[in-house]
Design a protein around this ligand. Structure first.
Ligand SMILES: C[S@@+](CC[C@H](N)C(=O)[O-])C[C@H]1O[C@@H](n2cnc3c(N)ncnc32)[C@H](O)[C@@H]1O
Length: 252
């Protein structure tokens, strides 16, 4: 099951994508800092980055400014997002990134060759399951696979299918918001030739108010030890950053 049509709806939330250009999410900043910390990205290196499920390219917009010698390709199923993102890059005179329409299940080997770091921001949990996408990521033979999504450091994977409703409780879009067992994903990545899994929970450092509407949208609640839980609608959002290296590279 690949379920790609839900990403091509006309009622797409462009504001979600656009506001990140002006103000990158805290998770984007933290993820990029973590990539540097673990050595997946080096500040001045001439590296090639592939962003799968890049949306409108706001994360690559930030990365272009942050990693001055790297080049970037973003791939997203939605051609409208891709066109809008490329137009923003052009307006800002940014030439080290391009966005392409494409399906992560049918990646073009030519586009995906010689990749140093494959990133995917908040996309894996929004796909029906993790195996087919990770197989596709691994088939690029990127040196690193690094992503942010929802994980549980234990013995359960939760497949959560969301049916959203409008304010009159008429059916709106459907989608997934899955939480994957980290050890099981680690084992699977190993079977694909990617090891040394590193992971870190992403804990937001600002309070986000609960939206006034009754739909989805992230907000925070403090626990008694001061940590912030992220919640969206009825769901807890256990964010993690994870990264694995291609094993054939680590041996050389
Ligand atoms: C939750 S959004 C995340 C977007 C972006 N990475 C961000 O951080 O804002 C997931 C993205 O994955 C894209 N996507 C979903 N299925 C895809 C597929 N089969 N191939 C390529 N992109 C896909 C969607 O169009 C959407 O832009």
């Amino acid at each position: 099951m690949q379920r790609t049509t839900e990403w091509l709806n006309d009622d797409l939330d462009y504001a979600y994508h656009e506001r990140q250009f002006d103000e990158p999410y805290q998770s984007t900043l933290a993820f990029c800092a973590w990539l540097e910390q673990i050595g997946a990205m080096k500040p001045d290196a001439v590296s090639r980055v592939l962003d799968i499920g890049c949306g409108q390219g706001a994360n690559l917009f930030y990365m272009q400014n942050h990693f001055p010698n790297a080049t970037f390709t973003g791939i997203d199923l939605n051609p409208n997002l891709v066109a809008r993102g490329n137009a923003i890059y052009e307006r800002h005179g940014l030439s080290r990134a391009r966005l392409l329409s494409g399906d992560l299940y049918k990646l073009d080997p030519e586009v995906c060759r010689d990749v140093d770091c494959l990133v995917s921001f908040q996309t894996l949990s929004w796909l029906p399951e993790f195996k087919r996408p990770l197989r596709s990521f691994a088939a690029t033979r990127a040196k690193w696979i690094c992503l942010s999504s929802l994980f549980f450091d234990g013995q359960a994977t939760c497949t959560i299918e969301i049916q959203e409703y409008d304010e009159n409780y008429q059916e709106k879009g459907k989608g997934f918001c899955n939480v994957y067992s980290l050890p099981v994903v680690e084992k699977f990545l190993l079977s694909l030739g990617y090891g040394g899994l590193q992971s870190i929970p992403f804990e937001i450092t600002i309070d986000l108010p609960r939206p006034s509407h009754k739909g989805l949208g992230t907000y925070t609640r403090r626990t008694t030890d001061g940590a912030r839980m992220q919640i969206s609608g009825p769901l807890l959002m256990p964010w993690y950053f994870i990264a694995a290296r291609r094993l054939s590279d680590t041996k050389t």
